[in-house]
Design a protein. Sequence first.
Lengths: 614, 199
Amino acid sequence: MPRRGLLLLLAASAPAFAQDAPDVAPAPLSDVAPAAPAMAPVPLAERFVWERRTGLGRRVAAVAVEPVPGGAWVAVDEQGGVWLSEDEGRTWDSVVRPLGGLDTDDLPDDEALLLEAESRRDEALEASAEELEVAAPADATEEDADLPEAPEPDDGALEEASVLGADLAGERADGGASLPVVWAEPGDGTRLFVGRADGVWRSTSAGRTWEHLGEAEDGAPAITCFARAADGALVVGTTDGVRYSVDDGGSFIDVEDATDGARVNSVVVEGGLLWAATSRGLFRSANGLAWDAIPLPDGGDVRAIVPDPAWDQGFWVASRGALHRTDDGGATFYISGRQPLRGLRTLVHLDEPGHLLATSDDGVWESMDGGVVWFAADRRLAEPDVRSLTFSDNGPVIATPSGVWRMVPPRESTRAVRAQTTLSLSDTIAAASQRGGMDIDLLSLSRAGVAAKLMPVLELKFDWDSSGARRASQVSASTTDSFDDSWSAGLQVCWGSCSGVATLAPTGEADPDVNRELYVSNGQVYDEGEPVAAAANVATTIRSYRRYLAEHVADAWIARTRLVAESGTVRSLPLRDQVLHAVQLQELDARLDALTEGAFSKALRTSSPSEESK
Amino acid sequence: MIPLLLALSLSGAASAAEFRTVDEVLVRFEKEPEVRDVQQMVLEYSKTDPRFVNEWLRASKNAAWLPELTVGYDYDSGLDYDFTYEITEDGELEQSGSDSDHGVTVRAKWRLDDLVMSSDRIRVISETQDIVKLRDKILDETTRLYFDRRRLQVDMLLAGGGDLKTQLKNEMRLQELTAQLDAYTGGRFTAALTKKAEK
């Protein structure tokens, strides 16, 4: 992921908040921006699938990634526990204990275990020989001694969180309104902040050690997001407006301003100004202390703000019912899209103009045209409730209640490859070798020669004769007539050359069959009465061609299998390479079809669709 | 000329930016014959269709059930006169006779060894084997030509037009591949291109 996209994402990433947005009707065409930015080449949805990172068997509230190459991942669970992974989510270490500590209630629930088991099963099916090092969920009891001491369960703080959650009518039932948040500050990559019910925690060591910056006051609103103002102050969004800190989170200034009473969903720095997306609309501030409401065509609950790096002073503002766009730094707004994104939480801009990614409680959505058209980017994502989105070196990373997920190129499992190549290699070779003209069973061919020698020549014969004679004598003046009719039927069986055979028929005699023809087969001259020698010659030729055919079919079959296995990685290649890959696959199918008289494609058609094609 | 026009329309009507997915590219060729259609055209033109081979093999086996049939008819007609000659000058007819014989012969002969193995069948198998080899060879060649042509089309579609020389070179190569496919199909390939394009 390009650096620019990553930084913008971090600046714009919003923590979890929850308000269900009702579906809205599409806007009239006149309301929609007519010209969409140029399209990016290939959507993420077509190049990647989601993969759950095993090892963190807890309900995750948010995740952040240290914004440096190979940066550590930091996740915060629903109870505020902070977890660190330095191997891209494979294993996790607890670095800040959750409020109330780890106990048996914090163990992974059945659903999480099931998801983890499925994930491990899928990994085991991967064709690649990557070694599985699936770590068990971190055993917090072994690490308690090294963890920063979290205060004992603070009834007040927890109650406050509960009250806040209850106050936000229409929020998610799972208490998402007060879920902890984590923010990796763009810059040196070592500074991270966590906001939870007991206040702000800060790490200046890339998440390895944490300090508690101060106990939250009773009745303090929950922290919803962080941002860094141009003057270096830390700006924090809460469920009751914006707070301002000049000592990097040690204390907060709560100035009475226009955002009071509003839930702040996101704070973004753009054009030297601070912009706040709140439940009461869009606000702008030059210093983080005084805020001005900015009217929108379809205002109300504003969920996210995303600067457009491709357009100076351009950015998008996502409200409950529409996606707004400004090209002049917020002086004017127009609606760039009205496709409903239910429960939108995060909106980020990726590396190509107009390429947007949104997370919501209805999954991950992607737009290639500046938000006019959205499509789901949720292949293999088993959990639609996406609470936060960030980016690692290798692509998007999201937090859901069931864990942390990342986007990876799909690797075909052996099962998927099998499904796409239902005719095994041996069956394919057999189909090629048993075509008409090639389907001689060599063993029975030699047996047939012996059997033919034992088979007789059978002849049925039927004769009928009729003769008549008349005799006239002039001496005796008499005439004598005589007539004679006769017939005979016979069956003749003979072996070999049929000379000197026994005759079973009452009449007739053997007819030696000595007038056989000669013929040429495969360059040899044969007596037609001696087919065995010719058959042996033909069998030798067929055997030789079969060997060639087996090699030819195997080459094509293996090449095709490799291509299918590479299908996942090919999706990250340029479109031309993807097309040529598809054409090559078609060519191999056609070659195998030609050699098997269509049996290969027929097997493919009758097989069940593979997982990838679903 | 038609292939040239089709090729020009393919390369000129689209730009790479129009496409986002593989399917969007490949659908541009849906008005062309599929490779299986082309393979069938080759089989028909070369008379190497597997159906022919299978029929020959079947016929060579079943032929042994038919007997070698011989039907004969004989007819003999005879007339004889007996004369007795005395010392006298003229002979005297003493006796005369005539004969008439009819004979019919029917023979049916089965070589039961031909049901198992016959020289005819061996010869047919040998010939069909040659047909299979020929079929494999020409199908392999036409499949290669078909997809060489398709790859060229994809390149022309996605890589842009290039300079005039490159465009002409690509067009000539496309025509050459089309002509080679026509040679293997007896012109059926271009005919199918035209037919599909008109739909």
